[in-house]
Design a protein around this ligand. Structure first.
Ligand SMILES: [Zn+2]
Length: 419
């Protein structure tokens, strides 16, 4: 009898607190005919979350600052991008599964098409398929240029990550992607250092060799026969250098997992020392399998303290100016939130990384609603989750830099300031 009583008690004492940071990308919006997509959505679970939780508004990077998805996520994880932002290239490379080393220079890359004179015909190589790009990419992976290793990793459709690994490289160099029409650009040093000059030279040599190898590739010869555009140039942009930084575990004493479809989000999480799962059906687009992601999050929390659960599609619909699409996506997210609440094993912090209003078809600086739900949360009078309602919540108006400290508090990892 005695033992039976003790066991559950012991379990209670050792039970770790857990938290899910549920980020609906670009969630915030502006009213269209009086209501935002979030306010118009039928979402009984999310509204119950708000009713039982504490709510507020959150400006990710500060008032009036329009967050990018990379910088916004870094900040929400407790890493000020002003201090820690490595550039988009390294984050995408990490998200593509490349294990970066200190001093690597990474780019985002598009397979493009050029004519014989080097004029850019298409920045997406005639919408080349993922399978064909993967095959052509193999011809570029692992080459050495002046003693520098090139890691070339195709990802989805015309996209790829490219990493230059060697001693004394520098990321102060320009893109070769013209970002529009015109000629493919030569990579130029952005400062007078010998490292930048040498790195730019290596990149230009890589561009030339890559063009030759791609032009001769049997799949491109086949594409041209079929009157398709060849993928015969690697357009590089978003350069950055990877530096190893202290991870979540080192800084805050928590272990985290990322559940996301998009490579960028996995990359941000890997950068801060979390692991990133590849969940089957998590596509990072509108057809993503939310149920699979929720199951993966619950499974991960058996061993981890913290999960970042990311849904991209709300942002996609915002960029498309699709009010109804965004509203319906929020209704799908409602089912996912309902399942997590029913499970009940973790605090839920529901928010976005920024607003992507359908009227603007782009990111804006408008603050995003945020809700924290779980057993030891002080509630407020907010009954529904939305831009207007949450502005009256008990959290008030917080910044993105407040989010991780609040989560650490929920996880009982916050330290006393003073004594
Ligand atoms: Zn975003």
């Amino acid at each position: 009898m005695f033992i039976f009583l003790l066991l559950p008690l012991a379990e209670m004492v050792h039970r770790m607190e857990k938290a899910i940071l549920f980020i609906c990308d670009g969630l915030g919006d502006l009213p269209v005919k009086g209501r935002t997509p979030l306010e118009a959505a039928r979402k009984k679970n999310i509204d119950r979350l708000a009713k039982e939780g504490i709510n507020g508004m959150m400006s990710t990077l500060g008032e009036g600052i329009i967050p990018g998805s990379d910088t916004g996520h870094l900040q929400l994880l407790g890493y000020s991008p002003r201090e820690f932002y490595p550039g988009r290239g390294p984050l995408e490379a990490l998200g593509a599964g490349i294990d970066l080393e200190h001093g690597d220079v990474a780019f985002r890359c598009n397979f493009g098409s050029v004519d014989a004179k080097g004029k850019l015909l298409d920045r997406r190589a005639g919408r080349i398929s993922t399978a064909e790009a993967a095959e052509i990419g193999k011809a570029l992976d692992g080459m050495m240029v002046d003693g520098v290793l090139v890691i070339f990793r195709p990802t989805v459709e015309h996209r790829a990550s490219v990493v230059f690994r060697g001693r004394g490289l520098c990321a102060a160099i320009s893109d070769t992607d013209p970002h529009g029409e015109g000629e493919v650009l030569a990579c130029k040093p952005k400062d007078g250092s010998p490292e930048a000059r040498r790195t730019a030279e290596i990149v230009n040599k890589f561009m030339k060799i890559a063009h030759e190898k791609m032009s001769a590739h049997h799949l491109n010869l086949k594409r041209m026969k079929e009157r398709k555009l060849p993928a015969n140039v690697a357009l590089l942009r978003g350069t950055g250098m990877f530096h190893k930084i202290p991870g979540l575990n080192e800084r805050f004493g928590i272990a985290g997992t990322c559940i996301a479809g998009g490579a960028l989000y996995k990359g941000v999480c890997r950068y801060v020392g979390m692991d990133a799962q590849n969940v089957k059906g998590a596509t990072g687009t509108k057809d993503t399998d939310l149920d699979a992601k929720v199951n993966a999050a619950i499974a991960a929390l058996k061993t981890k303290d913290f999960v970042l659960l990311h849904v991209k599609a709300t942002d996609n619909f915002g960029h498309d100016g699709d009010f109804e699409g965004k509203r319906k996506m929020i209704e799908k997210i409602d089912a996912a939130v309902g399942k997590l609440m029913k499970w009940g094993g973790a605090y839920i912090v529901l928010t976005g990384d920024h607003s992507t209003p359908v009227l603007l078809k782009g990111h804006s600086a408008d603050p995003v609603p945020i809700c924290i739900w779980g057993k030891n949360v002080r509630t407020d009078d907010v009954k529904k989750f939305g831009e207007r309602a949450c502005a009256h919540g008990g959290l008030g108006h917080i910044l993105g830099s407040d989010v991780m400290p609040v989560i650490l508090g929920l996880l009982l990892k916050a330290k006393m300031y003073g004594s």
